[in-house]
Structure formats: C-alpha cells, structure tokens
Design a protein around this ligand. Structure first.
Ligand SMILES: Cc1ncc(COP(=O)(O)O)c(C=O)c1O
Length: 459
C-alpha cells in the first residue's frame, strides 16, 4: 500500500496502483494515456494477472499441504464460463492447469485449442453442467480424439446411463458425480444440481461396482454461496467430507474431491480476503475428518472462475456530463452499467472504482449514471458504497472500474444486441514480456452500428 486517495472512506491504494502527476497508473500503465490513445468506453485485460493468481493459489495449497502433512495432490482447474476468451484460456493453460467446461460449444472450444497447438498434452478437462445430447456427443468426441483426459461429472441418473453404455466399448473410463447438497441443513437451499447421497450409493452399487472399465473417481460439490469464513460454509464442508469418507469405504477407486468454484475476488480495494487462511482451513478440515474416519485424504480439485480472471480486467469510461441531482449530483458515463457491467445491475455486484485523472483536485461525491433510458442504469446501487468520489473539475474526466474480468461478457452477450443498442466497447490486451516490458494489442474494436443492424435483420 503506498498511496492514499481520499474517497467516501479513505482508500489505501494497493501496490499495483500509483499516482503520477495527478493521473492514475495501474501496473505501470498510465490510464489517461490509454484512454487518449484508444478512446472510451474501453476494456483492458492484463494477462499476467491470471498467471499470478494461479501461482499464488498453488502456493497457498502447497503451504497448507506441507503444514498439515497432507498426502494428496492439488490440481487447479480454470472454469471457462467466467471468461471464454481465447487469450484468457491460452494464458491459463501456460500455468499447468486443467479446464472445467459446461456446454456443447465449450467442447468445440477445447478442440479449437488442440488444433492451434495450445492444449498441452494430456491436459485434464472436467465436463460439468447439464448434458444435452449435443453436449454428450461433444464429450465423446473429445474422448475419441484423445488429445486430453476427460472427466465427466454426472449431474443426473440419465447422464450416468450414457457413460455405462459408452464404457461397454471403451477400455477405461473415469467419472465423477456431483453431490446435491440440499440435504445438508447448514446449506439451507434447494438445488437442482447433482444426486443425493442415497442415489449415488445406489447407482454405485447397481451400475458401477464390478464394471472394471468404469470407475467413479471423483466426488464433486459446489457451494454456490461461495467460499467464505462462516460457520455455515465449514459445517457444510464437513458434511460433504463425511460423505466422501463413507463413499470411499465402499468404493476404493474414489481418489478425488472437487470442491468447485466460489473463491472470492477483490470487489473492493480496502478488502483483505485472507485467502490463504481459507485454503488452510479447507485443507486442515479435510485432513482432520479423513484421519478420524481412517480414510486416505483425497486429491483436491478446485474450479475457480472469478478468482482467476476477475482481477485481470478493467473497464474505463469518460464522464460525459455532470448533472444536478436532488440528494446527490449525477455523473453520466459514456457507457452503461446494464450492458457493460451487467452484474452491477443484476446481482448488485460491487467493483473498485477510481478516477483516472485530475487527482490533485478535491473529490466530491457522485452517483454514476449510464446512457440507456433505464432508471436502473446507475452505480453504486447496493448500499455497500454510498457514492463515487470524482475530482471537482470542469475538465475532461475519466473513471475506471477494476476487477471486471469475470462473467460480464458472458452475461451481456459480447458483440450482440444490448439495451438501447449500446455497442460492446473496444477491448485491448496488455501483456508483459520476460523483461517486464508492456505490449498492448487490440482484441476487438468497438462494435459497429452496422454489426448490430445486421444481427437485427436490417441491411
Ligand atoms: C460447477 C461450477 N464450477 C465452478 C464455477 C465457478 O465459480 P466461481 O466463478 O465463483 O469460481 C461455477 C460457477 O457457476 C460452477 O457452476
């Protein structure tokens, strides 16, 4: 932490930021220069952030394993649904990770990476989600192509039947099963995903046991409330591990516990997430219960999406105009929260926001408004943050939303049709070479009106 910026609360800027002559720099990139060169609205993706996040997570697990004398292995999977972009997948794959996919098109995305030589040999692919006929065909094609190791996670009984059938003609097939956690009191939610413990045991005994070429190796669960230091998370985790131990005792092929995604990202610069402590407690809880149950501790898989990719991306806007408000004044951005950062509107997601320039001026509070006609198109809107502090100036002003790299394009439909026909912004990629020199390239220009008219059937 090296700079202080006076804001609604005082924000202590993390080390990746600095202020140079009243302008914000992020990882040594002067954001004012960036918007002057590329225009706004602008998305940038800083690829080394992805590599860094994967590395520190692996380090946390290694430390937790060493301290707990944990004898399993840890495997990091990147979950494509948080960002499907080619540059994101290619970067993640350079860090020795597996990939978790969830749809038919995802299987084609994997084939495409194989075709262009970006899929390392024997990389592991976990196939999650509901398996339609097309998705199953894609999974079986990947298996036949033998360019990666495929682990389907069974979500329903009908899906399991397909693998039982397939295993009759294949030499060896491993599967996982997703646990439906609705039976756990501390989880306290209805879930349509996965199978209940008694069904898993029944299917194991009747359809898998004794079939030499079909092995149930993995128990999968995903606490969609996210990984958090709450009693409910730890109690739910303990219940799952007890079931893992029970299943392991009747199925010696079971070796792996997949704990899904849900690791948080920094949605606020003041936030200390204590991720190493979360990892330590996950590992020690698994170790403790397995020791008690006299079961070998499992290999652990994670499928972290937003943790991996959110912090790699920022979204920059220009303030078009400031308008008098009743309780607070408005600053209108040249984009839209609903279309460019849909989570701000749909789930009231917070993001760190900072002005990019004129930082020598006093700061005054504003609500930011989007340019759609929708009254819900404003930020902040969730009560966590009262206002966005902007320099008190009549000069040109830019503002940056950070950590916006997960889910936003998947939800807004990158390059499609959006509210009030607001175009997808220009998107640039920032990479670093071995000498830490920055290289900037354009991934896509701002979506054209022509493109939108074509999608809508106009000529
Ligand atoms: C099965 C599964 N794994 C992993 C993830 C990734 O979650 P997150 O981005 O919260 O890490 C999701 C997200 O919906 C999911 O459904």
């Amino acid at each position: 932490m090296k700079e202080h910026l006076i804001s609604a609360q005082e924000i202590r800027l993390p080390n990746e930021f600095s202020i140079d002559n009243g302008c914000l720099t992020y990882r040594n990139v002067n954001l004012l220069e960036l918007v002057k060169k590329h225009g706004t609205p602008l998305k940038f993706t800083f690829l080394p952030s992805i590599t860094h996040k994967i590395k520190i997570m692996k380090d946390y697990f290694k430390l937790a394993f060493d301290v707990n004398n944990y004898r399993g292995r840890y495997r990091y999977y990147y979950c494509t649904k948080s960002s499907h972009f080619n540059h994101v997948l290619k970067t993640a794959l350079l860090s020795d990770v597996g990939i978790e996919i969830s749809s038919t098109c995802d299987t084609e995305l994997i084939s495409s990476l194989a075709k262009t030589g970006h899929l390392p040999p024997n990389v592991q692919i976990i196939c999650n989600g509901y398996k339609t006929e097309d998705y199953l065909m894609g999974i079986f094609k990947l298996m036949r192509d033998k360019q990666c190791e495929i682990l389907p996670i069974v979500d329903s009984k009908s899906e399991l039947e397909h693998y039982i059938e397939h295993s009759k003609t294949s030499t060896n097939m491993s599967i996982g099963i997703r646990l439906n956690m609705s039976y756990i009191a501390s989880y306290a939610r209805e879930s349509r995903f996965g199978l209940f413990p008694e069904d898993i045991i029944h299917h194991y005994n009747t359809s898998i046991l004794g079939k030499g070429n079909l092995k149930l190796t993995t128990l999968h669960f995903f606490n969609d409330k996210g990984i958090e230091n709450t009693d409910s998370y730890w109690t739910t985790l303990a219940e799952v591990i007890h079931f893992y131990c029970y299943l392991k005792k009747i199925n010696p092929d079971l070796t792996t516990l997949d704990i899904g995604g849900g690791m948080p990202f920094k949605d606020n610069l003041d936030h200390n997430l204590h991720i190493s402590e979360l990892i330590f407690r996950i590992v020690s809880t698994i170790k403790e219960i397995c020791t008690l149950e006299e079961v070998d501790e499992p290999d652990i898989i994670t499928e972290f999406g937003k943790y991996t990719v959110a912090e790699s991306t920022g979204t920059l806007f220009k303030i078009l105009e400031r308008k008098k408000g009743n309780k607070r004044d408005w600053a209108i951005i040249d984009g839209s929260f609903i279309t460019h950062l849909p989570d701000t509107w749909a789930i009231k997601q917070n993001y760190p926001v900072l002005p990019d320039n004129k930082l020598k001026s006093d700061l005054i509070p504003y609500t930011l408004g989007g340019i759609t006609c929708d009254s819900a198109d404003f930020f902040p809107n969730n009560g966590d943050v009262e206002a966005i502090m902007l320099p008190d100036t009549c000069d040109e002003q830019f503002v940056a939303f950070f950590h916006t790299g997960a889910y936003q394009e998947a939800l807004s439909g990158f390059g499609g049709i959006n509210h009030c026909l607001i175009p997808a912004p220009k998107h640039i990629i920032i990479d670093e070479n071995d000498l830490k020199e920055i290289a900037i390239s354009t991934f896509s220009e701002q979506q054209s009106s022509q493109n939108m008219l074509e999608i809508l059937g106009y000529q």
